[in-house]
Design a protein around this ligand. Structure first.
Ligand code: ATP
Ligand code: MG
Length: 413
């Protein structure tokens, strides 16, 4: 049994009233709206608005997984990880994360900026909209975090303290199981279309894939480079359009926010690059399946857009590194090259898990079965190619070309 009170639509006004910082953000006695809006699996998310149009988002962690109930216990401390990460990342790129007003450690409640004028990027991608600037913002976010939360940007003792506080074994274990292990070694949670069963079998019997995932999991569990977001897919990014989309669905963003960082921990930097890449591939696979070849190219171009913005931000900050004595420009080049090829492995892991493993992504899952078959096959085959090519030419252009060719070759009608 939980020993703290859960938020409800009824008790939220009282909660705001009793929390002075929040009573300044929104008027608890004048609410016109207070709803649970969470569409996620893990937590409670509420949105409140008052008559003068001010809003507030409250996110509370339960001691179990919201979707499955008490049968799947999970530490509510994940809210602390999210709150501390919001604070750390917000200090580096305040424009790219939701503003946090308050954290309640007894009830695991984060109070943050109302982003209801934004929408989740994955939904927009699935509707065929092209929000320009979002992939670049994701890259800039990761570049800032790579520098600012690592030994390059942090004082030694503060770094050690941050690493210690970020240890997040329960959430990390979910990734370790679902992303690296189970796609290859079924723990009873895998599934796919009957037509893709031979593809799933080939995938799980692929020794090169197994070796690569062994390596990727090792990196994930040992390489504490920076305070990662830890779950940076297109469903963890919100976008706000500047105006109306043009006839091709293209629209510029005037605000981009990376949110839901409860999986944060000190891990391998490239994980936060490979994760969005894998999701761009899923969006491209959807476009290929729907016969939207131009759009597929655009989705894949997001791979270099994120990388280039990441690299530019990291290079921009590099002159400020704390210890330039041994971290010379040669180190800079070495780091970038290593991350670039590790990102291929993490992207391969992240895209294939969504095809064979638990928790599919909507991009592919909502396609009609005859089209889904080829999209799923293309993604599994692409993962197997990616781990083989990562050490050959790890440029984002090569990634995009390979993804384009493999997805098109496997299209079904
Ligand atoms: N600050 C916010 N303002 C407005 N809406 C938000 C805000 N934060 C989250 N949401 C909405 O609530 C949804 C769930 O939020 P979030 O992903 O943080 O919850 P979660 O329970 O951790 O989900 P998941 O199962 O993906 O981990 C988001 O997809 C978004 O639609
Ligand atoms: Mg979450």
């Amino acid at each position: 049994m939980a020993d703290y009170e859960f938020l409800t639509v009824e008790n939220i006004p009282d909660y705001i009233r009793s929390t002075p910082t929040l009573a300044e953000v929104i008027d608890p006695d004048d609410l016109v709206l207070c709803d649970e809006i969470g569409d996620g699996n893990l937590n409670l998310v509420f949105l409140a608005k008052d008559t003068s149009g001010r809003g507030l988002c409250l996110k509370q962690s339960l001691p179990y997984v919201r979707m499955t109930g008490e049968g799947w216990p999970m530490t509510p401390d994940r809210a602390r990880h999210e709150a501390e990460t919001l604070a750390a990342h917000g200090a580096l790129v305040p424009d790219l994360v939701p503003a946090m007003y308050h954290y309640n450690p007894e009830r695991y409640i984060i109070a943050m900026e109302d982003l209801s004028d934004h929408r989740v990027w994955r939904g927009a991608l699935n509707e065929g909209l092209s929000h320009t600037g979002a992939a670049e913002a994701v890259g800039r976010y990761v570049g800032a975090v790579a520098f600012g939360t690592s030994p390059l940007g942090m004082e030694r003792e503060a770094l050690a303290e941050a690493i210690a506080r970020s240890v997040n074994p329960q959430l990390c274990e979910i990734t370790e199981d679902l992303v690296f292990t189970e796609p290859l070694v079924d723990a009873g949670r895998n599934s796919c279309l009957p037509a893709n069963e031979p593809d799933a079998r080939e995938f799980s019997e692929d020794a090169a894939m197994m070796r690569a995932m062994g390596h990727a999991k090792w990196l994930f569990m040992t390489k504490a480079e920076a305070l990662l977001h830890g779950d940076l897919h297109t469903g963890s990014v919100m976008v706000r359009a500047e105006g109306e989309p043009d006839a091709d669905g293209v629209v510029a963003c005037d605000s981009i926010k990376c949110f839901d960082s409860e999986f944060a921990y000190y891990g391998p930097l490239a994980f936060d690059i490979g994760a969005p890449w894998a999701n761009y591939v899923a969006a491209a696979a959807r476009a290929v399946a729907l016969g939207e070849d131009e759009r597929a190219r655009w989705c894949l171009s997001l791979v270099s857009a994120t990388w280039n913005a990441f690299e530019a931000e990291f290079r921009r900050r590099w002159p400020q590194r704390r210890d330039p004595r041994v971290w010379t420009d040669a180190t800079l080049e070495d780091l970038l090259l290593t991350w670039r090829s590790e990102a291929w492995l993490f992207a391969a892991a992240k895209m294939s898990r969504r095809i064979v493993g638990a928790a599919k992504n909507k991009d592919v899952e909502t396609l009609p079965e005859n089209l889904r078959e080829g999209a799923a096959r293309g993604i599994l085959r692409l993962s197997r190619q990616l781990v083989r090519q990562a050490g050959v030419d790890s440029s984002p252009d090569a990634f995009e070309r390979l993804a384009h060719d493999v997805l098109l070759e496997n299209r079904t009608r």
